[in-house]
Design a protein around this ligand. Structure first.
Ligand code: F6P
Length: 556
């Protein structure tokens, strides 16, 4: 039994939906000339324009009432007070402590965690400065030129999106690589680009047990040993980021080069912790701290701004409006910035691993939709791939468009063109094109009546497709920190309203267990019969091909 869809705030929204579902945004804009001012919110240089949404003042009031009914503010304060809001794992959720730039203590089980957080930041500063200055060098005195981050999920996606997005701030001559996939190709192709003498491997794993990461870490270690042949050299080329000091030590990493974090930091919320070591190495600690400052500013905004002006809360509520009342299955992320190309990937884990849940906090199956499918691509590439479906397809796809007002690479007309395209898309999605407008346009273009009749229906656009535009001055570490924290809080608010635990990931754990069983079956000769027929058939196919190959080549 779930209370949410029977609650007062929900029922009022349902009733309101009936009155608004056929209202066109074009008419809302015509009726309300101040719509942009009325439906926008800002923090520092970040401006959220949410006027191109299918909402009125009344819709927003009802959505804010839903947030209040779910006690979003109380949950937010409980999270920051160190309460174990990750109930299925009995853990606090305190990634905000990692970027707490104030002197205020943050406690877990009565203990202030800030001294530990600051000590690890100091360790990261010291180490990254040594590497970047050349004081830390490879076993034979070579300067470190390549950082290879080995990790997966949160131990990969966070540092990866930041390093990609912040390339203009990176140190010349230093390259960052990311290896995550169990497919050896990922590691092999990366190792072709680096030299052992000038490479530093950062093994990033919260648990230090994740199969893909351990596989890649041990294969990288073997590659290194095969080429260098000196066990002692390992400590100059391998460092670890983990909560599991013991296992990192067993791998052969010198304790002084293990960068700690804690179980109150979720994997997908960990880039602010020592998981950000690759960021600090690549960009420098000052830039890493600017990233933390940007996130801290967003945290302060999230904690203090009234719900009506609170950017993450507004984004979360709009998401719920489409997800639960318009039955939108997905939400698209369109960064109009090549540097933000990896943002959709990062947000997929953040959002889908957090809110891809069917069981509520009380252990009941929910009877409403929870987290959407997150997808997207950088503009303008997406325009020439899937935007057709957004404009004229049958599925509603609400989307966020992100764009800097100024480019990091001001080159001729490029940014003006990019900017025009971004705005043209959100405008077209909102306005659409009426039948009469399409006819006039074709007449103007000199088409005859017959041709117009034949194609006119294809030239009509319904419009009324909702988008948010998130614009900022320039993509800097600070702005990026604020944007990433904004999405974290959006996901939190939605999880609270849907009454699910956004901080566990049992579905992923299940896959890991089954993979272990199948792996054992793949090593034994002969067909297997102990799975379902599909799994048996696929295992046996691979085994036949594999064992034939061994027989032919004589090499295992
Ligand atoms: O994908 C499941 C998961 O547990 C993520 O939550 C986590 O980010 C990833 O695996 C990697 O885990 P670890 O950092 O422990 O290697």
């Amino acid at each position: 039994m779930n209370d949410l869809i029977e609650s007062t705030a929900w029922l009022k929204l349902k009733e309101h939906y009936e009155t608004i579902k056929d209202v066109h945004m074009r008419d809302l804009f015509a009726e309300e000339p101040q719509r942009f001012e009325a439906f926008s919110a800002s923090l520092n240089d970040i401006l959220l324009d949410y006027s191109k949404n299918r909402v009125t003042d009344e819709t927003m009031e009802l959505l804010f009432a839903l947030a209040r009914q779910a006690n979003v503010e109380e949950w937010r304060d409980n999270m920051l007070a160190g309460m174990a809001i990750n109930s299925t794992e009995n853990r606090s959720v305190l990634h905000m402590a990692l970027r707490n730039r104030s002197n205020k203590p943050i406690r877990v089980d009565g203990r202030n965690v800030m001294p530990k957080v600051k000590a690890v930041l100091a360790h990261m500063r010291d180490f990254s400065e040594q590497v970047r200055s050349g004081e830390w060098h490879g076993y034979n005195g070579d300067r470190i030129k390549s950082i290879v981050n080995i990790g997966i999920g949160g131990s990969d996606l966070g540092p990866h999106v930041v390093c990609e997005s912040m390339k203009p701030f990176a140190q010349r001559g230093l390259k960052a690589y990311f290896v995550s996939n169990a497919d050896a190709t990922h590691l092999v192709e990366t190792l072709k680009q680096v030299e052992p003498e000038s490479t530093l491997f950062v093994i990033a794993s919260k648990t230090f047990t994740t199969q893909e990461t351990m596989l890649n870490a041990y294969s990288a270690r073997k590659w290194f040993m095969d080429l260098v042949g000196n066990e002692k050299a390992i400590e100059k080329h391998f460092v670890a980021v983990t909560t599991n000091i013991e296992l990192a030590g067993k791998f052969g990493i010198n304790e002084a080069n293990i960068f700690e974090f804690w179980d109150w930091v979720g994997g997908r919320y960990s880039l602010w912790s020592s998981v950000g070591l690759t960021i600090a190495l690549y960009l420098g600690m000052d830039h890493f701290e600017s990233l933390l400052e940007g996130a801290y500013d967003m945290d302060q905004h999230f904690q203090n701004a009234p719900l009506e002006e609170n950017i993450p809360v507004i984004l979360a509520l709009l998401g719920i409006w489409y997800n639960n009342f318009f039955d939108a299955q997905s939400h698209a992320i369109m960064p109009y910035s090549q540097y933000l190309e990896r943002l959709p990937d990062y947000l997929q884990q953040l959002d889908m691993e957090s809110n891809g849940k069917t069981i509520d906090r009380k252990g009941h199956r929910v009877n409403y939709l929870t987290g959407p499918i997150i997808w997207g691509q950088s503009g303008t590439n997406g325009q020439h791939a899937f935007f057709q479906l957004l404009h004229q397809g049958t599925k509603p796809v609400p989307a966020d468009f992100l764009i800097p007002a100024l480019s990091q690479n001001p080159l001729g007309l490029h940014h003006r063109v990019l900017f025009s395209n971004c705005l043209a898309q959100t405008k077209a999605l909102m306005l659409g094109k009426k039948y009469a407008e399409a006819v006039d346009e074709m007449k103007h273009q000199g088409f005859d009546k017959k041709t117009i009749e034949e194609v006119i229906q294809h030239k009509v656009f319904d419009g009324n497709k909702p988008t948010n535009t998130i614009i900022f001055e320039r993509l800097t570490p600070k702005t990026l920190g604020s944007i990433l924290a904004m999405y974290e809080h959006k996901v939190f608010v939605q999880g609270i309203i849907w009454n699910i635990n956004s901080y566990d990931q049992w579905g992923v754990e299940y896959g890991k267990v089954l993979a272990g069983q199948i792996q054992k079956d793949l090593s034994k000769p002969g067909d297997v019969e102990n799975h379902d027929s599909s799994t048996n058939g696929l295992i046996n196919y691979r085994k036949r091909v594999y064992f034939d190959e061994i027989e032919k080549s004589g090499v295992d």
